[in-house]
Write a protein that binds this ligand. Structure first.
Ligand code: PEP
Ligand code: MN
Length: 337
């Protein structure tokens, strides 16, 4: 259930509603819309009729929510959620592009790429320091040293830093260096990790599990929201199908479907979604055309020498071209890049 407050409702009235809700054993989360505040009630109280809540001072109406994801649902919050990433915003008119290497390899490598993607218009720098690899013998990332390199690249360029977090134990360490935490496809259903990032105050990019349905994806986002972190960005990054011409099957139709069901920003990762460098630019344009709020892309100085995911990495030059071409698509739907 959600309790929609009147536009005139003050803090005392909100506190009073929260007290009443907690008195019946439910938890609350406050959502701040542009005109009014909404209190999401977590806990099943179908035995109490909505009219009970309607009569409390300051309440406009109580609305039962049918979807299993309450906080993520558009039923609760109609307007798009805009998420601040340092001095940039994701989820507004501007399509936010996050770019960088799959993995941080050295200070020179990350600085060179950071400068290149910044010049081309990226709003943030990505780079893995802890890498979730299929094989235990593959490069696992530079770990804390990689985080230090990322922080120095931020100092040099001003770009916000996005990196993947693998375990709840790393929350304090990773958060002390970076601006946005990424949960990878292999961890979308790692509920302890979702809870841990839900309790921290950094924006989170949640990647869709490679075999997750739309509902499972939104419920994973709900885990983060319900632990108190409202800054969740959903990322479609491709799913496993019978098809082998691409690394994964990039399910672009989930973008407009998510946008119907949730107020959270949705971004697309055509690098992992295709695994094929030549397909990244066309699928980026497609992602923008179907309503994505942003892209996350792998870019490398010399893709052939990339420690990880070279075949899908763009050069700086091809990234610049992609940004220009994507700008035209963005403009055609009233957005910018
Ligand atoms: C990545 O972004 O480098 C990554 C490992 O992504 P995913 O979790 O989507 O495979
Ligand atoms: Mn990668």
């Amino acid at each position: 259930m959600i309790i929609v407050m009147k536009p005139t409702a003050g803090q005392a009235e909100i506190d009073h509603v929260v007290e009443k809700v907690e008195a019946v054993g439910c938890k609350t989360t406050l959502l701040e819309g542009t005109n009014r505040k909404v209190i999401a009630v977590i806990g099943d109280k179908r035995d109490i009729p909505p009219e009970y809540w309607d009569t409390i001072p300051g309440v406009e109406k109580a609305v039962p929510i049918l979807t299993p994801y309450k906080l993520a649902s558009r039923e609760v919050k109609k307007s798009d959620t805009e998420i601040k990433i340092n001095d940039q915003v994701l989820g507004g008119k501007k399509i936010g592009v996050i770019a960088g290497p799959c993995a941080v390899e050295s200070q020179d490598q990350i600085n060179f790429i950071a400068e290149g993607v910044k010049k081309a218009g990226a709003i943030a720098l990505r780079g893995g320091a802890f890498k979730p690899r299929t094989s235990p013998y593959s490069f696992q990332g530079l770990k804390e040293e990689g985080l230090e390199y990322l922080a120095r690249a931020r100092e040099a360029t001003g770009l916000a830093i996005v990196t993947e977090i693998l375990s709840p134990e790393h929350i304090d360490l990773v958060s002390s260096y970076v601006d946005v935490l990424q949960i990878g496809t292999r961890n979308m259903a790692n509920f302890l990790l979702l809870e841990a990032v839900g309790k921290c105050n950094k924006p989170v990019i949640l990647k869709r599990g490679m075999s997750a349905t739309l509902d499972e994806f939104l419920l994973a986002g709900e885990y983060i929201l319900s632990h108190g972190n409202p800054n969740v960005i959903l990322c479609e990054r491709g799913i496993r199908t019978f098809e082998t011409h691409t690394r994964f099957t990039l399910s672009l139709s989930i973008v407009p479907h998510l946008k119907l069901l949730t107020h959270l920003p949705v971004i697309v990762d055509p690098s992992h979604g295709t695994g094929v460098r030549e397909l990244v630019a066309p699928m980026s344009r497609g992602a923008i055309a179907v309503g994505a709020d942003g892209l996350i892309l792998e870019v490398h100085k010399d893709p052939e020498k990339s420690f990880v995911d070279g075949p899908q990495a763009l050069t700086i030059e091809s990234f610049e071209k992609l940004m220009k071409e994507s700008g035209a698509v963005a403009e055609s739907i009233g957005r910018e890049i």
